[in-house]
Every structure is written in C-alpha cells, then in structure tokens.
Design a protein around this ligand. Structure first.
Ligand code: ZN
Length: 247
C-alpha cells in the first residue's frame, strides 16, 4: 500500500472560520489537498479538491491560488496515474473544495455517505454555497452510498464524524507495516481545533462537530495513528507531498 498527498492549491479564510468565533478579521491562506491510496483492491482517491473556475466565479473573496501543476489530474500524473486508473473516488463530504475534480473520474465509483448526498441535494439555506459545486453529480456518476462506519478494503476504514456536515467521514489508513494514518478531513480544519475542541466556523451541528473532534482524538489513541488535519497551513508544511509517499 502506498499513500500520497495531492496538493490542490490554497484559498483565503478568516481565522474565525478556521476556529469558530476566534480572531474575527484575521485572514489566513489555507491548503486544500486530496489523498491517493494504491491498494491491492484498486486505486482510491479521497476528495478531489476545488475547481478553480468555480471558486473564482462563486467565491472570489477566497482568492484561490491553484497552479496548473496543482490540478487534480496533474497531481495524479505526478504519481504515475491517469484519471481512468482510479477505481474509487471517495468523498469525505460534498462541499465544493472536496468535490471539484470528481467529474474527471468518469470510470470510477463515487463513494459517499447517503445522508451527505441527501443534504447536498436539499441543503439548509446557509449551506447552499458550501454545496454550490454540484458537478460531483456528473452524467457518468455511479454512486455507492454508505451508512455507518465502513471498511472499504483491508486497512482502509471510514469513520462517521458528522457535525461539520451531515454525513462527514474521516479515514483511517492502516498500512501493512508502520504507523496508522488518520485523515480527519473537515472534521478538524486545524490542529488547534483538536487541541481546543473548537470546530470550524462552518458547521451544520456544532455539538456533533465537537463530539467528532473527540472521536478523532480517541481513534488516534486507539490505533496509534498520526492525525492529518484538513486546512492548516502550519501542519501542511510538515506533510510529505506527492510524488513522495506519506509513509
Ligand atoms: Zn467542508
């Protein structure tokens, strides 16, 4: 098993969005990335970043910076793969900065929480922008809908971590040897979210989001896993990016 982090560029955010109500008015640039896992059962791509044209159109204030090399197809090529090689696109959730490249993977199954897909189709008013990129539902999309914690394949498990969104999943990777990896995705934007138990400013249910932060901590302890957070520039600077493997 090999695990790669695919750099998807950056956007701007207010720190009060990174950590709910903390330091309003402080603007930060934050990373967006995807996770590619080479597995005996196929090539798994977890999240697909944001679509640059979409963000420029819908969220110009987020000042997206994404070079051509940071496009999802180019990042995949860095690891020696073409879009047709991907067997499964697994979305932690369906917010625009996690689904922007889904449409490039016409031959892959789209694996996502059933409740997340329902919510993305009929969001609360305040969630509409977060679900504004609906291209994950492309003409070739073949959904496999999940409920509860799921073992996708040997050493690849999804754990329910709702609150940020209705059906959010975090990923535990247990390689045959070496330390386990726990990708919190948007259940923890930043390391500080975990340390202070403060969820992101954007959430559907803040109480559930705090429960999910506790769950991530507990999972990390149980499996001796290294935690990867979603949108933390300082943490991201310590991650090994493709074409190097994480392990
Ligand atoms: Zn999100």
């Amino acid at each position: 098993m090999r695990v790669f982090l695919l750099d998807g560029g950056t956007m701007m955010i207010d720190r009060s969005q990174l950590l709910w109500n903390v330091d309003c008015g402080v603007r930060l640039r934050f990373p967006v990335y995807s996770v590619l896992v080479e597995h005996d059962d196929g090539l798994f791509l977890f999240d697909t970043g944001y679509d640059l044209a979409h963000v420029r159109r819908v969220f110009p204030k987020e000042e997206p910076l994404q070079s051509e090399a940071q496009g999802i197809v180019q990042q995949l090529a860095l690891c020696g793969y073409a879009p047709g090689d991907v067997s499964y696109v697994v979305n932690s959730h369906l917010h625009f900065d996690h689904v922007g490249g889904n449409r490039h993977f016409q031959d892959a199954k789209t694996v996502v929480s059933k409740s997340e897909l329902r919510q993305a189709k009929v969001p609360e008013t305040f969630e509409r922008y977060a679900y504004s990129d609906q291209t994950f539902d492309h003409p070739g999309a073949d959904f496999e809908l999940l409920e509860g914690d799921v073992e996708l394949a040997a050493g690849l498990r999804l754990f329910e971590t709702p609150g940020h969104s209705a059906g959010h999943y975090s990923l535990l990777v247990e390689p045959p040897s070496g330390q386990a990896l726990l990708f919190a995705f948007d259940a923890a934007y930043a390391q500080e979210s975990l340390d202070r138990l403060i969820p992101s400013g954007f959430h559907l249910d803040p109480t559930a989001a705090v429960r999910s932060l506790r769950r991530i901590q507990k999972l990390a302890r149980t499996y001796g896993a290294r935690i990867f957070v979603a949108h933390d520039a300082a943490a991201f600077s310590g991650y090994r990016l493709a074409p190097a493997g994480v392990l």
